[in-house]
Design a protein around this ligand. Structure first.
Ligand SMILES: [Zn+2]
Length: 398
């Protein structure tokens, strides 16, 4: 057996500790002093001071004005994240809209734009050109606020291979689509929309717990799985294809080639079809049509939503039995539809999850609703800065 673990180089150690200090500042409820950071990290005060100097020079951290401590001793200063320098750019290509947003280092949304319009069947290059226009406008807005995005993350409703190739965007009609390396001059990383939305929920103010499922209901149905506060991607990054979990082995044929997949019962087109509506209009307004009928108490739509909720609950209960998550978040277009879905989902989960009597599973709509994905995308860029500030420090110091 060859031991390949290398000793930590001095430089890597410093990079690690820079991230440690930065995350401690980010995670504190009140601005910590250098001494607080030293005490909570186990680093010496001298080391913390030197790391803080570097983070201050790199515009990631600011030191508040000295405030007199009670009792004797030198005045303490509080460390806070700077919200006027580093930022993340988030982009989203969805079936019926494009979106862009900028979040600062504290996770606050500083710019947002959403452009409605059916993207299905448009050539990918055209869609990417459209989203580039949104990216340019977002960068201009960021510059006016003094913000510099460190990179861009883009959410696509599809199955990814690595960070660049969309293997399959079934509802966009994309296949083996290569995404650009940069957008608006920024390095671009592409990820699945449910994954990025789950990250958005994880870091939302007052956020979700550390083990949850984020369910994204669009034409397709996807899930972001967060375990121990981290996104679980699986061995290829393909986890969370909830829409193709079987709910009826002898059921309706699915576009994936299988039968009885959840998507055929709880996807938007399936719901419209079950309610006797035209599901082929492809007008990008499926949710609005479902909502209008539900609000008007259309009996066929109410029944279709109850059946969708039941199918969703059956599939979700299977995942909860496997993963022991405490919370299920109904996200994206399931959020506005949740008043008509949640009772059925809760009932199926209560009846089918073996541990539900001891620890009830909480089912709730997403706090960020349809914005979770693009905010999560921007947040994932910020998260990278917090995980490894060295990249930003080496590129951004004027
Ligand atoms: Zn399927």
């Amino acid at each position: 057996v060859v031991i390949r673990d290398a000793p930590i180089r001095q430089q890597s150690l410093r990079e690690h500790n820079l991230g440690l200090v930065l995350r401690r500042v980010a995670g504190s409820a009140t601005p910590p002093s250098r001494a607080d950071v030293a005490a909570s990290t186990g680093l010496t005060k001298a080391t913390v001071s030197s790391l803080v100097e570097e983070l201050v020079a790199g515009q990631l951290v600011a030191e508040l004005d000295p405030t007199r401590r009670s009792g004797a001793g030198r005045p303490a200063t509080g460390l806070v994240l700077r919200t006027d320098a580093a930022a993340g750019l988030g982009l989203e290509i969805n079936v019926d809209y494009l979106a862009a947003c900028v979040v600062d280092l504290a996770g606050t949304v500083r710019h947002r734009e959403r452009q409605r319009g059916d993207q299905r069947g448009r050539p990918p290059a055209e869609v990417i050109a459209s989203v580039s226009v949104l990216a340019d406008r977002a960068l201009a807005a960021a510059a006016r606020a003094g913000l510099t995005p460190a990179g861009a993350a883009m959410a696509v409703a599809g199955i990814m291979h690595g960070e660049r190739l969309v293997r399959l965007g079934p509802n966009l009609g994309w296949r083996e689509t290569e995404m650009p390396e940069t957008i608006a001059g920024l390095p671009l990383r592409v990820d699945n929309e449910a994954n990025l939305a789950a990250l958005g929920e994880l870091h939302a103010p007052g956020g979700a717990d550390r083990n949850f499922l984020y369910i994204s209901g669009e034409i397709g149905v996807g899930a972001g799985i967060v375990l121990d506060g981290r996104l679980f991607r699986g061995s290829h990054g393909w986890s969370g294809e909830l829409g193709h979990v079987t709910v009826d082995p002898a059921g309706l044929p699915c576009r994936c080639g299988s039968r009885g997949c959840l998507e055929q019962y709880a996807g938007q087109e399936a719901i419209l079809r079950a309610a006797g509506q035209n599901a082929d209009a492809r007008d990008g307004d499926e949710v609005a049509r479902i909502l209008a009928l539900a609000n008007g108490a259309d009996p066929a739509m109410l029944a279709a939503l109850r059946d969708a909720g039941t199918a969703l609950g059956v599939a979700v209960a299977g995942m909860v039995n496997m993963l022991d998550v405490g919370t299920v978040i109904l996200g994206n277009s399931y959020a506005p539809l949740s008043p008509w879905l949640i009772d059925e989902v809760e009932r199926e989960v209560r009846e089918r999850v073996i541990t539900a009597d001891w620890s009830p599973v909480s089912v709730r709509p997403s706090a960020l609703a349809a914005e979770a994905t693009v905010v999560g995308a921007a947040g994932s860029v910020v998260l990278e800065i917090l995980e490894n500030p060295t990249g930003w420090l080496s590129s951004a110091i004027p």
